[in-house]
Write a protein that binds this ligand. Structure first.
Ligand SMILES: NC(=O)c1ccc[n+]([C@@H]2O[C@H](COP(=O)([O-])OP(=O)(O)OC[C@H]3O[C@@H](n4cnc5c(N)ncnc54)[C@H](OP(=O)(O)O)[C@@H]3O)[C@@H](O)[C@H]2O)c1
Length: 323
């Protein structure tokens, strides 16, 4: 039986990866502090990666080690403690490593940010770059997966799901949209990503791979989300200066219009996924993902407090000023 260690395994993506390996018939062990449970049918070993003894309970031979940490010191310590025991090592990095957000269609050879150095103020992208460098010391045994925006049911970032909630909560009323002209969206379903980690790791794929879906105009994606919710009201598009002038942010976070990007970030959601396809990555139809996200948002409550987007009260106030 394939013996897999997930460093993490109790979070959103890492939990889906753990489940994917389990469903593939592997024996799965998750290493985490234990604040959340590990998926059914997997084992949880507790350890705190802030401490040097974190790996003592898992220091043995593994077929595959999967790490999702965004802390370069954690990744370095894991490679040091377990690298010699692992037949293969897969690291979940991010497309945030890329320094150029303007070039459309850039592939894995695009330049990356400077790696974080010990003692630097925490910077997500720089930590991911430094973590990749540690993993790359394992040579051909290492696969570095660089996901773009991960979407699906249970997404804790609340970005893609905002649009399902916004259209569903509006019903026959209006929904505020950002300018859509020329803006693209590129996402990957969390379960397609988890499946890819299993198949690519098992197939011995090495090197770096962008894990992302195909590119779509944001207007088409939002229209498909709207159709899936049955929204019957109008959509009102505000212009860029008006939104930023009213304190509405791009991309993510409170008082934002998620997925909306500044006009000059033409390369951010238009990266190449050719290597992902070439190495066996499969993408489900976007409408399947949308249907699951809509069902999840409705089940969780479309008026719940969110990490990203406008509250309905904020959206009402903005619409009242705009029309
Ligand atoms: N969301 C996106 O669109 C996106 C895009 C690109 C890349 N990514 C990448 O996707 C990954 C997210 O994975 P996830 O959803 O599983 O993250 P998560 O929900 O934050 O879970 C983190 C996991 O690591 C464990 N952990 C955290 N601190 C630890 C410590 N000090 N010692 C031991 N274990 C620790 C957690 O368990 P305990 O807390 O119990 O320890 C949990 O199992 C990250 O690598 C992120 O960079 C995300």
């Amino acid at each position: 039986m394939t013996d897999v260690l997930i460093l993490g395994g109790t979070g959103w993506l890492s939990g889906r990866i753990a489940r994917s390996w389990r469903d593939d018939g592997a024996a799965v062990t998750c290493l985490a502090r234990g604040s959340r449970g590990a998926p059914d049918g997997t084992a949880l070993v507790t350890g705190d990666r802030d401490h040097p003894d974190a790996y003592d309970g898992v220091r043995r031979a593994w077929d595959h080690v999967i790490d999702i940490s965004s802390r370069a010191d954690h990744v370095a310590a894991a490679v040091e403690a377990l690298g010699a025991h692992a037949r293969r090592w897969t690291y979940i990095s991010s497309m945030s490593v890329y320094a150029d957000d303007a070039t459309v269609g850039a592939d894995e050879s695009a330049p990356v940010h400077q790696a974080a150095m010990p003692g630097d103020t925490y910077d997500y992208a720089a930590e991911k770059v430094a973590a990749e460098e540690h993993v790359r010391t394992l040579g051909d045994r290492a696969l570095i997966v660089r996901p773009g925006l991960i979407v699906g049911d249970g997404d804790p970032s609340d970005r893609f799901g905002y649009w399902a909630a916004a259209f569903a909560r509006a019903g026959a009323e209006s929904v505020l949209l950002p300018p859509e002209e020329g803006r693209m969206t590129q996402v990957i379903d969390v379960d397609d990503l988890a499946a890819y980690v299993v198949t690519a790791t098992s197939a011995g794929v090495s090197g770096s791979v962008n894990a992302i879906g195909d590119r779509h105009p944001i207007s088409a994606v939002l229209e498909r989300v709207r159709a899936a919710t049955g929204h019957r009201g109008e959509t009102i598009v505000a212009d860029e200066e008006w939104l930023t002038g009213h304190g509405v942010g791009y991309w993510a976070g409170h008082r934002s219009l998620p997925l909306w990007l500044p006009a000059d970030m033409t390369g951010f959601m238009t990266r190449s996924n050719a290597e992902f396809h070439r190495t066996g990555g499969l993408l489900r139809p976007l409408d399947d993902t949308i249907a699951r996200v809509v069902a999840d948002e409705v089940a969780r409550g479309v008026d719940r407090e969110r990490r990203a987007g406008l509250t309905r009260a904020e959206e009402h106030a903005l619409l009242a000023e705009l029309v």
